[in-house]
Each structure stands twice: as C-alpha cells, then as structure tokens.
Design a protein around this ligand. Structure first.
Ligand code: KIV
Length: 270
C-alpha cells in the first residue's frame, strides 16, 4: 500500500503522481493493476455512474457505497473519497460528524473537500486525525455559481487562489487538487507549496495529474472537457452488445462451444 508519506516523498523527489477516479470494484481493480499511485472516489460518480446532471445530487450514502466497492477492488492503493455537496460547510458539528462517518465507513485513506471556505474544517478534521485533500480552482459542486469555466484567470483571482492554497496547506491539508486553472498559476502554486499539488486541466507542471476514469476511457460520456485525453474507447462495447443482440435473435448464440455437453433427459421420466 502506498502511504501518505510515500506520496509526499514523490513530491520531494520530483516524481510525478498519477491519480484516477474509480467508483466500483472492476474499475478499482484495473486502476490498481495499472499501478496508479492514488484513486479518487470522486463525487463525479453522480454523473458518470448514476446519471445525475451534476454532483449536487450525490449523498453521503452514495459515497460510502461506492468507496467500499473501490476498496474491495483496490486493497493496496491510497484512496481519497469526496465529501459530497451539502455534507461540509454547514456548521462545525455537522461537518465533523459527516467527516467521521465517511472516514470510518468508506475505507478511504483521506477525504477531499471543495472550496476555499473550508480552512477551519480542514484544521478541525486534521486535529481529529482525518487526512484532508483540498480542491480549489473550478469546484464542480459550485458550478451553479461559478459555471464550468477557467478559474484564476485574472491577476486578482490568481493572487487569491495562491493565498487560498497556502491557507489550505497551513490548515493541515495533506494534498491539493487544482482544477481548470492557467498552467503558469498551477506551476507557481506547486512550487510554493510543500504538499503535493495534483492538477486536472492545470497543465503539466503540477506534482501530479488526475483524470476521470470514464472520461479518459470514453465510457458512457457524451461531452469531454478540453483537458481530457482519451486513452481508450470503451464505446466499442456498444458494437459487442449489438452483435450479441443479433446472435440471440438469429439463434446463433449460444453455439455448441458455450453449451454443457451432459445430456440428462434420457434418465428423466417426464
Ligand atoms: O469528483 C471528481 O472526479 C473530482 C475530480 C474532477 C478531481 O473531483
């Protein structure tokens, strides 16, 4: 199992960190087999596997259910679990109760929270022994307010983002995810922080990269962001299903090769 100190050491050694989302047993198994450094059970599961419009509908129970399947598929990978919309940033007592429940039951190694307003929560959770990853820049839980667009794109916004990143680190965050920000800003944040900075749509100069499994493998996704590279095309599954459908209709499946040879009816009085 790669530990937090292994991941932190990678930053110190200048070794890039790879991270991919996984939401279930088979995807987690594949990610672990591929030796990816970290798994994110992202609340993007709301769109990728539950068919919601956004991450806003995802519940704590959804995250627990999917994280436990991920852990079964990837027992030896460092797993980060998203705290979903409305479960943090409410009030200190509710926030910490939700964090404890998710950390205890999800089997994750760390929790991730979106937004610069959560430094106090990060400090409180860290003091309780819960490792927290902060997510800044484009934060999908806030798209209703900020939209899906590049963040930190003005001098003021970039300066604020650097301050927010430093505040998250000071509060105790063990890593930072930055999404959809200019690459030179991401480089500056990565070089000014001692914790690993993982980018998505943030250029190549962060300490690591994260992509969404279904985006990079083109699995059931209709729209792709500019920063997504498609490494495979799982939409080929549709052609296979069409062939199966046609073979069943024609009686071509199952052939002899897929049928048990044992004959029993001569022994049955019916
Ligand atoms: O939920 C998710 O998949 C994420 C990534 C986009 C970083 O937060």
């Amino acid at each position: 199992m790669k530990t937090l100190s292994n991941i932190q050491q990678m930053k110190q050694d200048g070794e890039k960190i790879s991270m991919v989302t996984a939401y279930d047993y088979p995807s987690a198994k594949q990610v672990e087999q591929a030796n990816i450094d970290m798994i994110l059970v992202g609340d993007s599961l709301g769109m990728t596997v539950l068919g919601y419009e956004s991450t806003v509908d995802v519940t704590l129970e959804d995250m627990i259910h999917h994280s436990r399947a991920v852990r079964r598929g990837a027992p030896d990978t460092f797993v980060v679990v998203d705290m979903p919309f409305g479960t943090v940033g409410v009030d200190p007592t509710t926030d910490i109760q939700n964090a404890i429940q998710l950390y205890q039951t999800s089997r994750g190694n760390a929790l991730k929270v979106e937004g610069a307003h959560l430094t106090q929560f990060i400090a409180q959770a860290t003091a309780m022994g819960i490792p927290i990853v902060s997510h800044l820049g484009l934060t999908p839980q806030s798209v209703g307010v900020m939209g899906y667009k590049l963040q930190g794109a003005t001098k003021e916004a970039a300066t604020q983002l650097i301050e927010d990143a430093k505040a998250a680190e000071r509060a105790g965050a063990v890593a930072l995810v930055v999404e959809a920000i200019p690459s030179d800003l991401a480089r500056a944040i990565s070089s000014q922080l001692t914790i690993p900075v993982i980018g998505i749509g943030a250029g190549k100069d962060t300490d690591g990269q994260v992509l969404v499994y279904h985006d990079m493998l083109n699995y059931g996704v209709d729209r792709h962001a500019k920063f997504v590279k498609q490494y495979e095309d799982f939409s080929v599954g549709v052609a296979a299903l069409e062939q199966y459908h046609s073979e069943v209709k024609r009686g071509a499946f199952p052939s002899e090769a897929y049928t048990y040879k044992k004959q029993i009816m001569s022994e049955v009085d019916a």
